[in-house]
Design a protein around this ligand. Structure first.
Ligand code: GLN
Length: 283
């Protein structure tokens, strides 16, 4: 009964019964992380026996997953833009939607040599670190307030792009003396406070500080453009990830703060997901 093929079926059923929709996919990732058996090995050697220790390790992980712990926290990593970022309790898990912010920023910066870029509310650092990896000539500063998130951010930059500079800062209060930036990028907290309790149970295990954007969700979109405009070069880029229904509101806030060439970009589900603007005074 301890052959990996039998265990797989039993454990997949367990996850399905806990209403985890991608049960087989998740189980393969857990098998690899906790007992070192890849999907290819499982399929090639279905009769391979699991030892008592291995059974105990994976069953403990399954119990945590059934109780609603995010898969990514159990694995300790998640992929973003083709690279693995360390994650765990206290840091927002990188989302595929956020890759759109990175793609847009890279396209906008394509003709800017050695761009200076700040990633505000950096969390795991996935936005700024990815820009650093994709643009070896870029100078990147990562700003994050939470000490728990900062630990992951530093770990990730050390592993992927050690030249990134890290600053622990509240980006609504200070620009940390930064000036002459070519781009300010941010995926700030943007869920309206009332919406937090209605989020999926896995998302509720992520830090509220990374999700809660105040009563209307717009706190950071109100504060960042006004404060950070002075840190941008003339013509510099501001790029935000936004919630699906915040496109018009954030467009207006950027215009009020003196930005122009404002664009709203949709994600692959067809929802507004990114807002970009340029710091053109008096245009
Ligand atoms: N995209 C995240 C979610 O909906 C929210 C991230 C954020 O607030 N920046 O779970």
């Amino acid at each position: 009964m301890n052959a990996v093929k039998d265990c797989y079926l039993r454990w997949r059923l367990r996850l399905q019964q806990a209403e985890i929709s991608a049960a087989g996919f998740e189980l393969d990732l857990l098998l690899e992380a906790f007992v070192g058996i890849s999907k290819a090995q499982r399929l090639s050697y279905p009769e391979q026996l699991l030892g008592q220790d291995e059974m105990a390790r994976i069953e403990a992980a399954l119990s945590r997953r059934e109780a609603g712990e995010p898969l990514q926290y159990l694995l300790g990593w998640w992929e973003f833009y083709g690279r693995r970022f360390a994650v765990g309790p206290g840091v927002l898990i990188p989302r595929a939607d956020t890759e759109i912010l990175v793609e847009q920023a890279l396209a906008e910066l394509a003709n800017t040599p050695s761009p200076k870029v700040a990633d505000l509310c950096a969390g795991s650092g996935c936005v700024g670190i990815t820009v650093a990896c994709e643009r070896p000539d870029a100078q990147i500063v990562l700003l994050e307030l939470s000490p728990q998130a900062a630990a992951y951010c530093n770990k990730n930059s050390k592993a992927l792009a050690p030249r990134c500079r890290f600053l622990q800062a509240d980006v609504l209060r200070t620009t940390a003396g930064l000036t002459g930036l070519d781009a300010v990028l941010s995926n700030p907290p943007y869920i309206p406070s009332e919406g937090i309790s209605g989020l999926q149970r896995e998302v509720r295990q992520e830090p509220a500080m990374a999700l809660d954007g105040s009563a209307d969700g717009l706190r950071f979109y109100r504060g960042i453009p006004l404060l950070w405009r002075k840190a941008l070069k003339p013509g510099g880029l501001l790029g935000f990830e936004i919630g699906f229904d915040q496109g018009q509101a954030v467009r207006d806030l950027l215009a009020d703060a003196g930005f122009s060439d404002i664009r709203v970009v949709k994600d692959y589900s067809g929802n507004d997901r990114v807002v970009l603007g340029r710091n053109h005074m008096g245009r």
